[in-house]
Each structure stands twice: as C-alpha cells, then as structure tokens.
Design a protein around this ligand. Structure first.
Ligand code: UD1
Ligand code: MG
Length: 450
C-alpha cells in the first residue's frame, strides 16, 4: 500500500548492461593504451617498490572517456519512455504541459551532470600534465558545479533543512538556509574531488575508495525502488524527512515510493552502475603490484560523479556519511594543507626495501616550528595521531610523521606491506559505510520523528 504503481525499469536493466560493457572496456583498454600513455610521457615511478621502470599514469583518462561516452550513449533509454508519455498527451492539455516540462527538466539534469563530469575530466587531466597549484585548482570544481546548482534552482530547489527534535524549540521544524545551501553544495564538489586525491599513493587506494563509495550509493538507491516484494525497511525507520527533505512526511505527494523519489534514485543508479564497471575493470590493473596508475583524472571524475548524484538526487548529507575515512584524512591533513606544518611533495609511507614493509613517513622541520604549530602537533601527538621527534635539550619538534590516515594506520597497527595497507584502507571504508547506514537509518529516528 505504500507503493505507487511500479515505474518502468527497463532502462535500469540497460544501465546494468552498459556497466558490464564499461567493465570489459576498462579491462581491455587500460593495458592496451599503456604504451601510448608512456609515449606521451604520462608515466610515473612506483615510489614503494625496488624497481624503477616507469608505470603508465593518468589512465583515469581512459576510464573517464569510457564512462562519459557510455553515459552519452545511454541518453535515449530513460528518455524514450518520457517521450512516449509526451506523444500520448496533447500539448495544450495540462498533462501534456507537465510531461514536456518533466522531459526538459530530466534532460537538463542529465546534461548538466555530464558537463560537470567533463569539467572534472579536463581539470584532472590538466593537473596530471601540469601539476596545478592548490590555490588554482580549488575553485575550479566550484565553478564546475554551477550548472548543477542552476538546474537544482530551476526545479524550485529546496533549501530547507529539517531541524533535529531537540533544537526545534529554538529554530522550529524547518530552517531555510537559502543561498548558504548553494554554497554548501558547491563546496561539496570541491571536497569529494580533492579528498579522494589526497588519500592516495599506494596501489589500488584511489580506485578502491571510489568503488566502495559507489557500491554504498547503489545500495542506498536500491532501498528506494519499488520492489515487487516488500522487504523494505518500514517508512518510519527511514527517518524520512532527513533526506526526503521538505517532501516525505511533511509535505503530501512526496511520500516514500513516490514517482519523484524513485525517479531521483534511478537517476543516481544510471550514473553509479557504469562507474562501478569502470572502477572494477581498472582496479584489476591497478591492484598491487600496479601496472597502471589512475592519475588525478580518476580521482576528480569519480569525486565529481558522487557530487552529481548527491546534489541531483537530493541525498548530499547521506553521501557525506559515505566519506567518513576521507573526512578523517582531510581533517588530519589540514595542518599540512594550510601551511602550518611543512608538506612534502609526497606524503606516502616510507618503503623499507629490505623487509618490503611500509613505515610512517616523516616531515622535517628545517627551522624550529612556531608556537602554534608546536601546540597543534603536541595535541595531535597526545591523541596518538602523529609521532614526534623532540630535540633533547631545546624541546623543539624536529620531525613529525606526515598527517595522513595511511601513516596513522601504520603508527597504530605497526609496519605492514603495501597490499595489507590497501586492504586495511578498504575495510575501513566498508566499516565507514556500515556506520553510515546505521546513522542514516537507525539513529536518524532518534533525532527526527519518523
Ligand atoms: C597526492 C598527495 C601526495 C601523495 C600523492 C600520491 C597530498 C596533499 N598530496 O598528491 O602526498 O604522495 O597524491 O598519489 O596529500 N604513486 C605511487 N603509487 C601509487 C600511486 C601513485 O607510487 O599507487 C606515485 C607515482 O610516482 C605517481 C605519483 O604518485 O606518479 C602521482 O602523484 P600525484 O597524483 O601527481 O600527486 P598529488 O595528487 O599531487
Ligand atoms: Mg593525485
């Protein structure tokens, strides 16, 4: 009874078929294009190996090309159904008008998403070729997200957030964040693109993060589809209004299983399924010992794909929950990113060729650190997030381990080899997603009335 009649799903099966094709294309093209990339000087040394023969780099460009081309080829499938609706309704009749508006809106959503993905591909590839400086590359994803935000705005985008129960006496049930909500959404794309890029440097790390996040998004989307058998979580457990926003329980006509909600999550699936395909295909070649590197292109494109679905399908807060390891790594990195602690070009763990094990890498202080830096480092060291080398007589900090989650694992769990480290990272990512589902669907009921 919760469900409206099942919407047509054939496009979903097509999308699944396209993902298999994406997987096969990546599996075949990545090694086939390796020599071409090397010939174009797109290559890098694997920093954590004894051998120094160059490995082709930026093969994320091949993945991004497969991904974007398949998404373009896919356009006719979900839209032909809308066009069929359109031709059955006469344009001067009200249904005819809504059908046209809906077709145009969905196309605008899809095309603006493609535009953002292409911008991310371009930026990532330029970064691979020219090593763009931080201050230059940070604003670009913000600009790249403007088409998405415009489409969000055009559909009367909701900028209200539902206030958790304990705070309702102060703020009321809904708070309108207005333009601030748009600022938040544009920063989201900067975060998703860069946070994957700075959790990198060991074989398989970039692509496995993208793969696990994409699978988590897919699982979340599947919860919203009208299944023939109703095995789903009861509506009240979905903490509905948290993400259904002003829809859900608060506004009629947008309940769980509504055509609109199903449509949004189908949209997300169309973008996530082929992403899983390319990531799996690429991962085969990037797995330890890597025969191809993703480059910044893969980090940017996958990050942008997550922002796109989070914004267009209105689940940006749930999406951020799938980024828990990246949020931790970003917060831990802040002192190095913002210049308080010296940031070497590579912060990857240190490789010991004799034992084949990785150890935490260190950053050196050439001159004594400022009082603020010392305070920050000592606090982090008390929290066991870094290890310091202190000068015996002056008490100055001489060295600190680089502030990354990978070094943190090595500090807490002891030295391990590269494969074990990437497996640890993947387990953490999976654990983060499990926690995200618990917070989203379990605990949300405590702070929101379901
Ligand atoms: C980011 C990190 C940097 C890290 C680098 C590794 C920050 C601020 N920047 O920089 O600390 O060292 O990623 O990707 O955190 N490489 C490997 N093995 C791999 C993948 C990459 O050795 O599995 C090396 C290769 O030499 C490759 C290079 O890393 O050429 C790519 O680095 P790049 O993506 O250009 O570094 P950034 O993204 O700028
Ligand atoms: Mg990189």
């Amino acid at each position: 009874p919760l469900l409206s009649p099942a919407p047509p799903l054939p496009a979903l099966y097509t999308s699944f078929g396209f993902s298999i094709y994406a997987f096969l294309a990546a599996l075949y093209l990545v090694p086939a294009l390796g020599p071409t990339f090397k010939g174009a000087n797109l290559k890098g040394r694997d920093l954590l190996k004894i051998y120094s023969d160059p490995i082709p780099e930026s093969l994320g460009l091949a993945c991004a090309s497969i991904y974007v081309l398949l998404l373009i080829l896919f356009i006719p499938f979900p839209f032909s159904n809308l066009v069929a609706n359109l031709s059955s309704a006469k344009p001067q009749e009200p249904e005819g008008l809504t059908a046209t508006a809906s077709l145009h809106h969905e196309l605008a959503m899809y095309l603006s998403s493609l535009l953002s993905l292409l911008m991310a591909t371009m930026l990532g590839f330029l970064d691979d070729v020219f090593d763009i400086r931080w201050r230059h590359k940070l604003p670009i994803p913000i600009i790249a997200s403007i088409p998405l935000l415009m489409v969000y705005y055009a559909e009367g985008g909701n900028t209200h957030v539902v206030v958790p129960l304990p705070l309702r006496s102060i703020f009321g049930v809904l708070v309108n964040l207005g333009p601030l909500y748009y600022v938040y959404m544009s920063l989201l794309s900067t975060f998703t693109t860069n946070s994957i890029n700075i959790l990198a440097g060991i074989n398989g790390s970039e692509v496995s993060q993208a793969l696990i996040i994409a699978l988590s998004v897919i699982l979340n989307d599947l919860l919203y589809l009208p299944w023939p058998i109703d095995f789903r979580i009861p509506l009240h457990l979905l903490g509905s209004q948290a993400e259904v926003e002003v829809g859900g329980v608060l506004h009629a006509g947008m309940s769980y299983g509504s055509k609109e909600l199903v449509g949004r999550h189908l949209f997300s699936l169309y973008f996530m399924l082929p992403l899983v395909g390319v990531c799996l295909g690429f991962m085969y070649h990037n797995w330890y010992p890597a025969r191809a590197f993703p480059g910044d292109t893969l980090c940017y494109v996958t990050g942008m794909a997550f922002s796109v679905v989070g914004i267009q399908a209105h689940f940006s807060k749930t999406l951020l929950l799938f980024f828990l390891p990246q949020i931790f790594n970003f917060l831990l990195s802040c002192p190095q990113l913002f210049g308080l602690v010296p940031c070497p070009r590579h912060r990857v763990p240190r490789f010991d060729p004799d034992t084949n094990l990785l150890h935490p890498s260190k950053t050196l202080f050439i001159k004594p650190p400022s009082n603020l830096t010392t305070l920050v480092l000592r606090t982090l060291s008390t929290l066991r997030l870094t290890e310091l080398t202190i000068h015996a007589t002056t008490g100055n900090v001489l060295e600190a381990t680089n502030l990354t989650i990978l070094n943190f694992f090595l500090l807490r769990l002891g030295p391990m080899n590269e494969k074990r480290l990437v497996q640890t990272l993947m387990c953490t990512q999976v654990a983060g997603s499990v926690l995200a589902f618990i917070v989203r669907y379990g605990l949300a009921g405590l702070v929101y009335d379901g």
